[in-house]
Design a protein around this ligand. Structure first.
Ligand code: ZN
Length: 434
């Protein structure tokens, strides 16, 4: 199957100014040609499908590197609380009541929201019904890293059970769906996982060659508590316990010192920066300027709908750009191109996904189309597009989403679920929680 999309403005994100009018050819889930101008007669004759892009913008799909899809129906519950109070009073008691239908409905609502706002890859850390979530990802042609989140405040037997569940999940699903599904090992956080358990996590990651994803140093209080309990800062502790001997993606890393940043850099670990969640929970502001100065791989995550409260990565990009300019009192601290890379190719790198996040031959055909015929994206010319994508675009401007070369959202029509039925059911189910 060969697909051609022509008459589009292509933002390749390979180089800063690589924006041009042209077309793309897709075969076997990958771009085989990305070119200026129009497709040749011969190319048109051999294509099985030709789409007129109608002046739209074509760019890589967005990559959300931290979230918890299963709690999507707690959107709007428990605003204005600090992290620990929010977790203990709102999240954990409500989640304890979740049944199978609630979790899967929440997951589908979150998937729908992400797709409709241009996200083509997401990470989900959750602890319930992960195999069913993997099946949905496979069936609906999505791309995801799935982690069975593990809280280690339980007996050793229960800890081992959670590890066994995670490794079975890995064996059953890693690489499935033509490689669209990856499975990572996910201790929830150093404050919920005792050192002996984290050591077992590191051993297990080594044995099965798994990536590790964990929350870390999200709040100052969490770091202070860790130091008073163990006499060492969390990231130094994770190093001692062997976590950084494996591929690692850290969520948050808001309160990190220079020694810890050096550890992250030397381990080639990545950071999922979640600026809106960190602001909403009053956790603080991660040192993005230092992350970039050290050359650490940084990507963007929304965290859950309960602490954001949406999954629109365009909002996350804009917030990331503005926030760090403001706190550093320096508008040159970041720029639209760097922010877009964080939301695309750096996201894929953070998730250990290769050849994704750039529009170029050989790359995965994960991309989105945006309709610029709207007041807030005017003037529409090649010199302003990069700026518009970060400072003015909204998730609702996305009209088409392709994953692995296939449409999941086309001409603003969702191919995945019966939207009306799903939202009706979600509202019914959410009544008992909010
Ligand atoms: Zn989180």
């Amino acid at each position: 199957m060969t697909l051609i999309i022509h008459s589009v403005t292509i933002i390749t994100l390979e180089q800063r100014d690589d924006i041009f009018q042209g077309y793309v050819v897709i075969e076997d889930h990958k771009f085989t040609k990305v070119a200026k101008g129009s497709p040749t007669e011969e190319e048109q004759q051999t294509a099985s499908r030709i789409l007129d892009g109608k002046g739209k913008w074509l760019m890589p799909g967005l990559v959300n590197t931290h979230g918890h899809l299963g709690s999507a129906l707690l959107r709007g519950a428990g605003d204005d609380m600090p992290l620990m109070t929010w977790l203990k009073q709102v999240m954990w008691p409500n989640e304890a009541q979740f049944d199978h239908e609630t979790v899967l409905t929440a997951v589908k609502v979150a998937m729908m929201e992400m797709i409709k706002s241009g996200t083509t890859t997401f990470l989900d850390m959750y602890h319930l019904h992960m195999s069913d979530i993997a099946e949905i990802v496979i069936e609906k042609n999505l791309r995801a890293v799935l982690c069975r989140g593990m809280i280690g405040q339980c007996s050793q037997a229960e800890q081992e059970k959670k590890l066994a569940e995670s490794t079975t999940f890995f064996k059953n699903y890693h690489g499935e769906g033509e490689g669209r599904v990856s499975i990572a090992l996910s201790p929830h956080a150093p404050y919920t996982c005792p050192p002996a358990f984290l050591k077992r996590v590191a051993e297990t990651a080594g044995k099965h060659h798994m990536m590790i994803h964990t929350h870390v140093s999200e709040t100052r209080n969490e770091v202070d508590k860790h130091v008073s309990e163990y006499g060492i800062r969390p990231i130094l502790h994770l190093k001692e316990l062997g976590i950084f001997e494996h591929p690692v993606l850290l969520a948050h890393a808001v309160h990190v010192d220079e020694t810890e940043l050096t550890i992250i850099k030397e381990a080639e670990a990545a950071i999922s920066h979640n600026p809106i969640s960190n602001l909403k929970l009053g956790s603080g502001i991660a040192p993005l300027k230092q992350f970039h100065a050290l050359g650490i791989t940084v990507s963007l995550g929304t965290d859950s709908t309960a602490s954001n409260n949406n999954l629109d990565l365009f909002e996350e990009m804009r917030m990331a750009a503005l926030l760090h300019k403001g706190v550093n009192e320096d508008p040159t601290v970041t720029n639209a191109f760097d922010i877009l890379k964080m939301a695309t190719s750096q996201g894929a790198t953070s998730l250990q996904i290769e050849n994704t996040g750039v529009i170029a031959p050989g790359y995965q055909a994960d991309f989105i189309l945006i309709n610029p015929a709207t007041p807030h994206l005017t003037p529409n010319n090649e010199g302003t597009i990069m700026s518009h994508l970060v400072y003015s675009c909204k998730g609702s401007d996305v009209t088409d989403v392709f994953i692995n070369g296939s449409p999941v959202y086309e001409n603003e029509e969702l191919q995945l679920f019966d939207e009306e039925k799903l939202l009706f059911n979600a509202n019914l189910l959410a009544k008992k929680f909010i």
